[in-house]
Write a protein that binds this ligand. Structure first.
Ligand SMILES: *Cc1c(COP(=O)(O)O)cnc(C)c1O
Length: 479
């Protein structure tokens, strides 16, 4: 009672008080306000009260900011302080409820940006994901028999049809696929691989390290730029378990080079009764040259050449979810499936739904470019990007405010994720400049926008690549 009385008397004195701290409302009082009542209809009381206490603490420590923005004594009244506190509470709650996995605008010009989640799913894949998320599904269920089924059965027939392989299995990502295949086929034995193919992908995936973790021994042959079939032959012995070929997907060795073809490796493997594995990485399911893109090894071609097992990613050129796909001979896939490690790497129902939806498009869509976002981004016509860019300029200018210049320029985007590394995609970009701001500052400003826009600083300027912008409104963000 005493406390209540004191609060009451402070309130009455407040307008005359010199100490702004005395104007800070109590938690109890804020709880009575309609604004907080509304918050309580959406959020847990403890959560709202917790945020409120933090705001009130802030105000007690920096009371002069309580009525920030007010210019007259009148505005700094009790009601003003209360409103300011509630504004802060609402702002804190808005931020605390914003997902950390935030939607952003990819104006970086990198189509398969690993840090932005690589491939975007096709609508058909998204609808299967929704279905699988919201309903019970036949993840491992044989409807005909009413018994337990195979997870792989969801995509195996489609993968077999698209690659020509006998069998297929799916794990979390391609790094896992390589690890699992090496462990199954060559644990405790030697894996022969060319020195020129000991690649590193994105810092954390290195063939020699994956090899060690798999329990297989690396037997490197040849030199960085030249490896011959005789190098492999000389390395084969009683300890050999596997011949491995790795697609150097994120770099090219050019100049005085020699590498062994898969055909020669397959012949050598057959002679010695050794399986041949190829890590394709990006793994195209169709011939990209028919879309005006550079040649990338196609999985079905590698299977046709006799490779026993091929591994590739689901979210690179294939344009599906994060997944590692292993296709190959029945017996090999069967032994991979039986490996207990596989259980630790199996994909969830959402990823399998997305993969099934994506693979179906490859088999059934009359217009793959229109239905598969990755292919649509990669083959984006310049005229289309220009039209969107022109329409976006006035929208952006209005939001950026005075002093900013926006110019349409020619530039180059890249595929990303280590796919088609030497390919430069001709693109159009908006160059944003300001006499008083460095490009990095402009980049930061765009990242702080809602939704955040990820551009790129290149050649000392800040660019918004239009390759992934399909409507001018996507750039009409709030700063
Ligand atoms: C990308 C890549 C990997 C790793 O695949 P993730 O799906 O990113 O795990 C492995 N090998 C090669 C050749 C690659 O290009």
């Amino acid at each position: 009672m005493v406390v209540r009385k004191r609060v009451h008397s402070t309130e009455q004195m407040a307008p005359k008080s010199r100490d702004p701290r005395s104007q800070i409302p109590s938690v109890d009082r804020l709880l009575q306000t309609p604004r907080v009542q509304e918050l309580l209809s959406c959020y847990k009381r403890d959560f709202v009260v917790g945020e409120m206490r933090l705001v009130l603490d802030e105000l007690r420590h920096a009371p002069e900011t309580a009525a920030e923005g007010s210019t007259t004594e009148c505005r700094a009244s009790l009601a003003g302080v209360e409103d300011a506190a509630l504004d802060r509470v609402e702002e804190r709650i808005r931020r605390a409820t914003m997902p950390r996995l935030r939607r952003v605008v990819n104006a970086s010009g990198v189509v398969l940006h690993t840090n932005l989640g690589r491939a975007l799913l096709a609508d058909e894949a998204i609808s299967l994901v929704r279905e699988a998320a919201a309903h019970p599904v036949t993840l491992e269920y044989d409807l005909a028999r009413g018994t337990r089924g195979q997870r792989d059965a969801i995509v195996e027939a489609d993968l077999a049809a698209l690659t020509g392989a006998d069998a297929a299995t799916v794990v979390n990502n391609n790094a896992a696929a390589v690890l699992l295949a090496l462990n199954t086929l060559s644990e405790g034995r030697d894996v022969v691989v060319s020195r020129g193919e000991l690649i590193e992908i994105g810092g954390s995936f290195r063939i020699p390290e994956i090899m060690t973790k798999s329990g297989a021994r690396l037997r490197e042959v040849g030199t960085t730029n030249r490896t011959h079939i005789d190098d492999y032959r000389a390395a084969i012995g009683p300890q050999t378990g596997l011949l491995l070929k790795v697609h150097t997907s994120n770099y090219r060795i050019i100049g005085f080079t020699a590498s062994v073809t898969l055909d020669d490796l397959v012949t050598l493997g057959r002679t010695h009764g050794l399986p041949v594995m190829e890590d394709l990485g990006s793994g195209a399911l169709v011939d990209l040259t028919s879309y005006g893109l550079p040649q990338e090894p196609v999985v079905s071609d590698r299977i046709a050449r006799g490779g026993d097992v091929v591994t590739f990613s689901g979210d690179k050129l294939l344009g599906g979810p994060q997944a590692g796909i292993i296709v190959g001979k029945q017996a090999v896939i069967e032994s991979i499936r039986k490996n207990p490690l596989r259980r630790a790497m199996r994909p969830g129902k959402l990823d399998l739904a997305a993969l099934e939806g994506t693979l179906r498009l490859y088999r059934q869509s009359p217009d793959l470019v229109a239905s598969l976002p990755t292919l649509r981004w990669l083959t984006r016509p310049v005229a289309e990007m220009e039209a969107v860019g022109q329409a976006a300029i006035p929208l952006l200018a209005e939001r950026l405010g005075a002093g900013f210049r926006i110019d349409m320029v020619n530039s180059e985007s890249e595929v990303g994720s280590g796919a088609l590394p030497t390919m430069r995609l001709v693109t159009r970009a908006l160059l944003i400049s300001h006499d008083e701001h460095f490009p990095d500052d402009i980049a930061r400003r765009f990242r702080a926008a809602d939704p955040p826009v990820i551009g790129r600083v290149s050649g000392g300027v800040f660019l918004l690549d239009l390759r992934g912008i399909f409507a001018p409104e996507e750039l009409a963000v709030s700063f």
